[in-house]
Design a protein around this ligand. Structure first.
Ligand code: ADP
Ligand code: MG
Length: 388
């Protein structure tokens, strides 16, 4: 689950990490009022969307007066902001964060992600933070340091080692180490899947402040944090993904043209790989789960068909717990409820696969039946070029 910068900063502050003074505003008038309240010579107007890269995309602007803050808020609110993280369609800005402009001496990077090799959270830091961090990662990866966060925690020694390791010195290193340690505490206690403070700044007057804040929570741990529910902003989420979650379908929208309906996450990943291998791209990840009954299959078709990018559907279901003839019956019945006007390639393997195949052949829909996974992928890609 993603949250906005202003919400992330409130959480950082709870853990004792300094953040700029600021307030969220929903209208230009509120933005002006917030700027007046701050009373600093410069305020920063920051578009709140669930994506980064705002600075380069025009979503972070300096204002030299409350009236200018109002004008900048007016330019952002209700408009679409495109950044390299939003995709070309961009995201509509519905709120802005108005915060004090700070005199920046140095922009650092610090984050926490999950290291899939060691299966541990890992803190990542660099002296070269700011808007060019992706470039640093590409061209000077040695400038980005990592330190594992152990079950026992992130020790003061580790934090200092990391701070000195990236090139900080003296008081600045010690002050940053304190922030690193607090950040690790927050990451573990908050069940975050990603934390990024870019930049963590050192100001001209020697303060260390989190100037940006991105926090993603691990969805599988949300049950431990009922209070996070109020932080969720559904308007930032993909409508089809919200719809899918109502049916307990694991659905992620992607950019390709082959709608995939699969049971089991591993098989879903494998199916997506095969679609790509045969020269097309999946339009989604969709795991319908172990019990592929009529309602869920119908809901899944409905969601796939709501995506205008879907030009063909590939159903790849393994009948282990669920029998293939039941799934075939479910698909045939579901198609009476949902209109599907693109080719459907189906591969059913496992218990009663032969009966299922027979049912599909006799059904009132021109299913393309496939045998192996590669056969299925090849046929679905073929059906795209036939349709084109
Ligand atoms: P994004 O990562 O989406 O581009 P940031 O919050 O990191 O957005 O802001 C981009 C840049 O704007 C920062 O690297 C910093 O240079 C500047 N900036 C952001 N907030 C402030 C602030 N409160 N005071 C001064 N400069 C700021
Ligand atoms: Mg940033």
């Amino acid at each position: 689950m993603k949250i906005h910068e202003y919400q992330a900063k409130a959480i950082l502050a709870q853990y004792g990490i300094p953040v700029p003074r600021g307030r969220v505003a929903f209208t230009p008038e509120e933005a002006e009022e917030a700027a007046r309240e701050l009373g600093t010579p410069i305020v920063v107007v920051k578009a709140q969307i669930h994506a980064g890269g705002r600075g380069k995309g025009g979503g972070v602007k300096l204002a030299h007066s409350p009236v200018e803050a109002k004008a900048l808020a007016e330019m952002m609110l209700g408009h679409t902001l495109v950044t390299h993280q939003t995709g070309p369609e961009g995201k509509e800005v519905q709120k802005v964060l108005i915060e004090e402009g700070l005199p920046i001496k140095k922009e650092l990077y610090v984050g926490i992600t999950v290291d899939r090799v060691s299966n541990k959270p890992v803190m990542i830091a660099s002296y070269e933070g700011g808007m060019e961090i992706e470039e640093v990662a590409r061209t000077q990866p040695e400038k980005i340091l990592k330190a594992p966060i152990e079950t026992s925690g992130f020790s003061a020694y580790q934090a200092r080692n990391l701070a000195f390791g990236i090139g900080l010195q003296g008081k600045e290193a010690l002050a940053c180490a304190v922030v690193f340690q607090k950040l690790a505490t927050m990451g573990v206690a908050g069940d975050t899947s990603l934390v990024e403070i870019n930049p963590l700044v050192i100001t001209e007057d020697g303060r260390v402040i989190a100037l940006d804040g991105k926090i993603n929570f691990d969805d599988n741990a949300l049950f431990r944090h009922p209070d996070y529910a109020t932080l969720r902003d559904l308007s930032e989420e993909e409508p089809l993904e919200i719809e899918a979650s109502k049916y307990d379908l694991n659905y992620i929208k992607l950019d390709g043209e082959v709608g995939c309906m699969v049971n089991g996450a591993g098989l879903a990943m494998g199916t997506m790989d095969m679609v790509k291998l045969y020269g097309s791209m999946p339009a989604n990840f969709l795991d319908v789960g172990g019990t592929a009954n009529v309602d869920r299959v119908a809901a899944a078709f409905h969601i796939l068909m709501s995506d205008p990018n879907v030009k063909a559907v590939l159903v790849n279901i393994f009948g282990g717990i669920v029998r293939c003839d039941r799934v075939a019956g479910g698909i045939i019945q579901a198609l009476q409820q949902v209109q599907v006007d693109v080719p459907i390639v189906i591969r059913l393997k496992g218990t009663n696969a032969d009966q299922a195949r027979q049912m599909l052949k006799e059904a009132d829909f021109p299913f393309i039946v496939a045998d192996t996974l590669s056969d299925a992928a090849e046929k679905v890609v073929q059906s795209l070029s036939n349709a084109a």
